[in-house]
Design a protein around this ligand. Structure first.
Ligand SMILES: *Cc1c(COP(=O)(O)O)cnc(C)c1O
Length: 396
């Protein structure tokens, strides 16, 4: 069987063996409900406390400010809907960006359509960075919340989070950030960065799926939307996903401990991949900011090619990557992020995202570029657009 080369770590990551090992006792002998009072439950309760301490430590937060959720998506929904509900007497205006993850964008659309919210979707520049002046101008007396993602999941662009937090703080507006791609990858300090709420998810940092958290700064009001027992300081009911939380704690500790070294290594590999693609394949564009970029993200548009065909042919070579189309919805709409940075539809369609992981090697990347070159050549040879372009080019 062909070896799999996994370059889709922005979609999900492989759980680390230590993470699985740490979780196992809580799927077997330590099965007590953390809300029970007898000794058996104590192990579960203690394990949750420890994971919460670890995660709070990574963010510079207090343990009482970490609330576990069922996913990053839930954390985003809760932050936006919960804060809107709690502060809507003060105002109904939320500011976000055009390049947020759907967990934020679709929640904003819901608030707009069903809850009378007014939403401003900020533009980004050609590298995907928010314009702070436009942000300042968008603020009204009705603005209650600014939500800007820490780093983008498609093009890897890192936002000026500290500055955005400062602007929010100066105006007495809450600041939420979707940090699902940043937590464990970049150093985050919720106090220095002026963050009031932060969403994260374990499966993006070699932890298990189905567990996330929302950091909520002490004093921030938020309406709960899962009602029931008194778990998570009465703010998010439901018996805790004990094994998931333990796995998350382990993954967060690993990520924090290796962040610096892993980041440097991935950056080196990332830039090697970018260099080779840009040098060896014609008519290619690098998407996202060349510098303010996640250490593991490469996103390129290959002209005259359909991303989906590229994806399928890469898959036949055992290479897992992702394209710039929202094919999950069954439609072939190009990515809203690529359109927001100004790419025309046909170029956005021919985009590929490579997201490296902690196990990625230089040999794998070299193999991928070698294969990619052949596939691109093959697909362009069949493309009427390319044929047209070449003919015109020759005439000119
Ligand atoms: C993956 C992701 C999410 C969703 O997290 P889940 O835990 O998969 O629901 C939200 N935002 C960003 C930026 C992501 O990359």
């Amino acid at each position: 069987m062909k070896k799999t080369i996994y370059l889709d770590n922005a979609a999900t990551t492989k759980p680390a063996p230590e993470v699985v090992e740490a979780m196992l006792p809580y799927l077997t002998e330590n099965y007590g409900n953390p809300s029970s009072v007898y000794g058996l439950a104590g192990a579960s309760k203690e394990a949750i406390t420890q994971a919460r301490e670890t995660i709070a430590g990574v963010l510079g937060a207090d343990t009482k400010e970490i609330y576990f959720t069922g996913s990053g998506t839930e954390a985003d929904n809760w932050a936006l809907i919960g804060a809107y509900e709690a502060y809507k007497d003060k105002g109904n205006h939320i500011i976000t960006t055009k390049i947020e993850h759907h967990a934020v964008l679709h929640t904003c659309e819901y608030l707009e359509k069903k809850r009378k919210a007014k939403i401003t979707y900020l533009d980004v520049d050609e590298n995907g960075i928010v314009d702070l002046e436009q942000l300042q101008k968008a603020i009204t007396p009705e603005t209650i919340l600014i939500s800007v993602m820490y780093a983008n999941n498609e093009i890897g662009t890192i936002q000026p989070i500290r500055e955005i937090g400062m602007i929010a703080r100066e105006h007495g507006i809450l600041f939420h950030t979707d940090a699902v791609q940043a937590f464990g990858q970049l150093p985050i300090d919720v106090n220095a960065d002026n963050i009031d709420m932060l969403s994260s998810s374990a499966h993006k940092i070699n932890g298990p799926k189905g567990i996330g958290f929302l950091y909520i700064r002490k004093g921030v009001k938020i309406r709960s939307f899962i009602h029931g027992g008194a778990q998570e300081r009465k703010r998010r009911a439901g018996t805790e996903n004990v094994a998931g939380i333990v796995g998350y704690g382990c993954a967060a500790k690993r990520a924090a401990d290796t962040m610096q070294e892993r980041g440097e290594r991935e950056k080196g590999l990332r830039d090697h991949l970018i260099r080779r693609i840009m040098k060896e394949i014609p008519y290619v564009r690098l998407n996202g900011d060349p510098v303010r970029r996640l250490p593991n993200n490469v996103n390129v548009s290959l002209q005259f090619i359909e991303g989906e065909s590229l994806l399928i042919m890469m898959d036949m070579e055992g290479i897992c990557v992702s394209s710039g189309s929202a094919c999950t919805s069954g439609s072939l709409d190009p990515s809203h992020v690529l359109l927001a940075i100004g790419l025309p539809h046909e170029i956005a369609h021919g985009s590929l995202r490579f997201s490296l992981g902690e196990d990625t090697t230089r040999e794998e990347l070299d193999y991928v570029v070698d294969k990619l070159k052949g596939i691109v050549e093959h697909l362009r040879a069949m493309s009427p657009l390319y044929e047209d372009f070449i003919k015109k080019g020759k005439k000119a």
